[in-house]
Design a protein around this ligand. Structure first.
Ligand SMILES: [Cu+2]
Length: 420
């Protein structure tokens, strides 16, 4: 029987969430007054543009549609489930219904093909609070793409949004036309235009993709970003082990080589060794709900407190918490988090675990940890890495993890693992 008082945790989550919803309501009022009073938004042309784009999207009885703040409680829209998103890897085998995909061979190379569409939509970021997003395939973060080192990732991209967009991959991409920036190749894609991006999956690691249209910070912050995971190829690791660790080739022993290859197998979704690891994707993000150039809501995977505590009997049975609940993990399983910082407006973000220390692989490009036994890592904008956790010695119960920017934690980026 867990020793923690679960109802206490549930009450605290509820209180924080109510405070967040209340503060958002007053934020909107402040903005509305400022705009009506002709004060503008600090004279920034870019920000004024954002303000206009936003007000375009609210028709009918004016901004009062903003006032639809729900009580604390569940999320009502079911388009996106942050709990499902944790485990949704698209490898070309049709893992996600709203992401057309295929995997096939071409000239001896594995092709993983995906169809992405940019759309304007709204996403739920707190109960009753919608954010006017621009999104790949209607979801924020965009779909997670997963390939093996050396594969070709083919993304058929169509822009159905009202603004011009691209897809820029953080990969070692040898063809400038495929970089997804306004200056190269097809440039930005206007409404109705399409282009097929092709990227070699390299290097192994956890990477980032995002729209690179201008103004950049708006196109990213609105939701056009996601994760690309490149699994290391164990055969390549055996041949070039020095590329996957901090040792020089002359220092690689047979033992180390074997260790690196074994580790690569746990990272490669095509190997049985990978099945033994519980893998999750967490994209740290934030939302500037009043378009003043600062975030009001923070989250891992878009929804504030989505991995917080609702009502539970303390044995993994939930009375409420269909859309908000801790991430349940098996204490005997190795836990791996692919972590990406997609935040705008704040320079850094972080990941901190309570009662736990973890290994960290910066950018996920090495097979030996770059930080060992730490309980906090920070990531700059677009930085990412792999976190590996072992709870096998811990008692069952709730273990918190959150951004250690205290403000981010209180404004949504606070979560729990429920170790069972
Ligand atoms: Cu864009």
């Amino acid at each position: 029987m867990p020793s923690q008082d679960y109802s206490q945790a549930a009450k605290l989550s509820e209180r924080l969430e109510q405070r967040l919803v209340d503060s958002l309501e007053s934020d909107f009022k402040t903005t509305r007054r400022a705009v009506l009073g002709g004060l503008g938004l600090a004279g920034s042309a870019a920000l004024t543009g954002i303000g206009r784009a936003d007000s375009d999207e609210h028709h009918g009885p004016g901004e009062d549609s903003h006032g639809n703040f729900g009580a604390t409680g569940e999320y009502s829209d079911t388009d996106f489930d942050p709990h499902e998103f944790l485990y949704q890897f698209n490898t070309g085998r049709g893992e996600q219904e709203n992401v057309p995909q295929d995997v096939y061979e071409e000239n001896g190379r594995t092709i993983r093909e995906f169809t992405f569409q940019a759309v304007d939509t709204t996403v739920s970021i707190a109960p009753g609070i919608e954010f006017p997003a621009w999104a790949y395939n209607g979801q924020v973060p965009g779909p997670t793409i997963r390939a093996v080192e050396g594969d070709l990732i083919r993304v058929k991209f169509e822009n159905l949004g009202r603004h011009a967009h691209t897809i820029h991959p953080h990969l070692r991409n040898l063809n400038p036309e495929m970089d997804g920036i306004p200056q190269n190749g097809p440039g930005v894609l206007n409404t109705g235009e399409s282009f097929t991006y092709e990227w070699i999956a390299q290097p192994a690691g956890v990477h980032f993709y995002h729209c690179h249209s201008l103004p950049l910070k708006e196109h990213i912050h609105r939701g056009l970003y996601g994760a690309i995971i490149i699994d290391p190829d164990p055969e390549r690791v055996a041949q070039r082990p020095e590329e996957y660790c901090d040792f020089h080739r002359s220092q690689i022993t047979d033992e180390l080589r074997a260790e690196l290859v074994a580790e690569a197998k746990t990272r490669n979704h095509e190997y049985a060794e990978n099945d033994a690891v519980n893998e999750m994707v967490m994209v740290m993000n934030g939302f500037d709900t009043n378009f003043d150039g600062g975030n009001e809501v923070y989250a891992a995977n878009t929804r504030a407190f989505a991995y917080g505590v609702g009502e539970t009997d303390g044995r993994g049975n939930w009375k409420a918490g269909e859309t908000k609940r801790p991430i349940q993990i098996d204490k005997n399983q190795r836990q791996r988090v692919y972590l990406i910082n997609a935040i705008e407006f704040d320079l850094i973000n972080s990941f901190h675990t309570h009662s736990q220390f973890f290994d960290y692989y910066d950018h996920g490009t090495t097979l030996l940890p770059t930080n060992q036994t730490v309980d906090t890592v920070m990531q700059c904008q677009a930085q990412r890495g792999i976190i590996e956790l072992d709870y096998s010695n811990h008692d069952p119960g709730l273990y918190m993890f959150h951004a250690h920017q205290s403000e981010f934690a209180e404004l949504g980026w606070m979560s729990f693992f429920e170790v069972v």
